[in-house]
Write a protein that binds this ligand. Structure first.
Ligand SMILES: [Zn+2]
Length: 401
């Protein structure tokens, strides 16, 4: 990422710090040292406030890193690749390549970050309770650091579980909707829509704070909400574009041969070829020019609406003297119009074609036809994936904190 420097490598995952993170570091240290700690305790020296403020910020930074490592390690465990972790002004982003292959996998990737934050929060909070100073002058900066590190981790855990995509909670929500409906795209749309409403509420709340005089707090909330909203939009757009082009990578977690057919049908889909009108005679369409391969599926429509398919060989089989009178519609089997969702695995498409004795399926995205798929298309895509397995491009799966 621009303006980032590599800091360390943890478990082979490069950790970068973005220049904007320094702003957050200074801002949070300042806020803790000048506002929060003096509010919490009145007996420390200025040096002690700044010491506690700076160390707490540093621990918060390490905690955010641990949170991101949580996401990354679970993703690695699922066979996904992790490009790195970037720490920036609003927290961290784990750059995970590829997509979880199952709702459950996505759930664990999304949930692992908040789970780490929650665990750190609990440990520090219990640590604080083990001291539980009775009077104010017993409270040292160390106590302050422990209490606030615990508290901020709990806040990070709870905040991130707000079901607003692309936050962790939004991804958890997406995985649940995916699991229930079986449709990852519908799940993305749903989680994205919910997220937008949540961010509007954030922005409204920020504006309300500004009106009430808390300019800094209001701007901060609006900035975070806008940042998350635009990164959510970018991610959803990226996913849609990848799908439309059929260019998303195969699930990198799938390595055995059966699993190689787990890629989305969408990836093997090709645009619908021009349709023949059902009322046209065989002779008419022969003049239009026919594909060479007798097993090519040709879509048939009535007034522009797709009603089924014929094979080129169906046309070839009609004796020449009948070609003027026989129409395409008569040759077509009305049972040949079968549909499949673009997100079904290729394996299901093959099973469906066998079970329904058809040579092709119409591929649908929600209510729209995106194209068609044949056995040949699936086999070709599989071969392509095998050869391009290592070099497949992918989209970042950013997980802000
Ligand atoms: Zn996270």
């Amino acid at each position: 990422m621009n303006g980032s420097i590599k800091l360390v490598s943890v478990l082979g995952i490069p950790v970068e710090i973005n220049a904007t993170w320094l702003i957050a570091f200074v801002g949070i240290s300042f806020y803790l040292s000048v506002v929060i700690f003096p509010d919490f305790i009145s007996t420390w020296s200025i040096f002690q406030y700044w010491l506690a403020g700076t160390i707490t910020t540093l621990l918060l930074f390490i905690s955010v890193l641990a949170h991101e490592l949580g996401h990354s390690i679970v993703a690695l465990g699922q066979g996904l690749r992790v490009q790195g972790i970037v720490l920036l002004i609003f927290g961290g982003v784990s750059k995970i390549q590829g997509e979880a292959s199952r709702p459950r996998n996505e759930f664990f990737i999304a949930f692992s970050g908040p789970a780490i934050s929650f665990a750190i929060g609990i440990v520090f909070t219990i640590w604080w309770f083990s001291f539980l100073p009775i009077s104010e002058d017993q409270v040292t900066p160390l106590h302050g650091v422990i209490l606030y590190t615990g508290r901020m981790n709990l806040i990070v855990a709870v905040f991130n579980l707000i079901p607003a995509f692309p936050m962790d909670g939004g991804r958890v929500l997406r995985s649940i909707v995916w699991g229930v409906t079986g449709d990852p795209n519908r799940a993305t749309n749903f989680a994205y829509a919910v997220g937008r409403y949540v961010f509007y509420v954030f922005i409204g709340y920020g504006a309300w704070q500004i009106i009430n005089g808390d300019f800094g707090g209001g701007i901060w909330i609006i900035a975070i909400a806008s940042f998350l909203m635009s990164s959510g939009k970018n991610e959803v757009r990226g996913r849609r574009a990848a799908q439309a082009m059929g260019s998303s990578p195969p699930d990198s977690s799938s390595s055995d041969s059966m699993d190689q057919l787990s890629f989305d049908v969408g990836r093997a889909t090709r645009p619908m070829p021009p349709m023949f009108e059902a009322g046209w005679s065989v002779e008419q369409v022969t003049y239009q020019g026919l594909p060479a391969n007798p097993l090519t599926s040709i879509p048939v429509g009535r007034q522009g609406e797709l009603i089924g398919f014929i094979l080129k060989q169906d046309l070839d089989n009609i004796p020449i003297h009948k070609r003027v009178s026989v129409t395409v519609g008569e040759l077509m089997d009305s049972g040949s119009l079968r549909v499949i969702s673009t997100h079904e695995p290729a394996r299901s498409a093959l099973q469906q074609m066998d079970g329904q004795r058809v040579n092709q399926l119409v591929v649908m995205e929600e209510d729209f036809v995106v194209g068609m798929v044949t056995r040949q298309d699936i086999v070709e895509t599989l071969i392509e994936f095998r050869s391009a397995n290592e070099s497949a491009g992918s989209s970042d799966c950013g997980t802000p904190v």
